[in-house]
Write a protein that binds this ligand. Sequence first.
Ligand code: SF4
Ligand code: F3S
Ligand code: FES
Length: 235
Amino acid sequence: MLVYLKIFRYNPEVGRTTPSYDTYNVEAEPTDRVLDLLEFVKSHMDGTLSFRRSCAHGVCGSDAMRINGRNRLACKVLVKELGRWITVEPILGLPVLKDMIVDMNPFFASYRSVMPYLINDKIPADGKERLQSPEQRERFDDTTKCIMCAACTTSCPVFWADGEYVGPATIVNAHRFIFDSRDTAANERLQILSEREGAFRCRTAFNCTEACPREIHVTQAIAEVKNAVRNGVEY
Ligand code: SF4
Ligand code: F3S
Ligand code: FES
């Protein structure tokens, strides 16, 4: 089938400073992924096209982009889900550097602010390992699935209006450690997320949950963090 692929273009290095679109007519199979089409355009039609990708299998999170108006991973969306007219644009709310490539530094700075790693300086009782029941492990299982693609944060209207909001991806990754019974820094993270640009900026829009390619219950995780700020954490 012939696909009309409309791609956002921006490249200040060559004077293309006004965002615009180029359309490429590409012969495709219904089972091709949008990433395959982008690779074809870059390899055979326009080598200047820029986008991020790495694993090509929904694992690395590097190719989140807006596809027909929705945040998706280009390597996970098939042509047959979209039809002949496909529009590809960068994710919203982060500065565009070139074509589909946005500056991820603000996103990762927010992520680092909640200490997304296990903190526990105490020696385990048996001197070997920190035990955890299956129920305790289940408590944060959903949020371990995050691949940091930013599809959630860049689909959030609060983040679009206020780039200082920590955003759902940061809260999801804080959740992963706040509810881990082996960790000892939940209160520090909850303090950070109780501040002005923290979890209470969320207005329960649910865009984040709809956008997540890992089907994480993002809005629910945010609600659990808000509740923990108010009432503390029970393991
Ligand atoms: Fe991506 Fe989902 Fe993680 Fe957000 S929560 S960064 S959408 S994997
Ligand atoms: Fe935004 Fe998700 Fe809350 S879209 S407003 S973080 S529920
Ligand atoms: Fe890695 Fe799509 S290229 S998730």
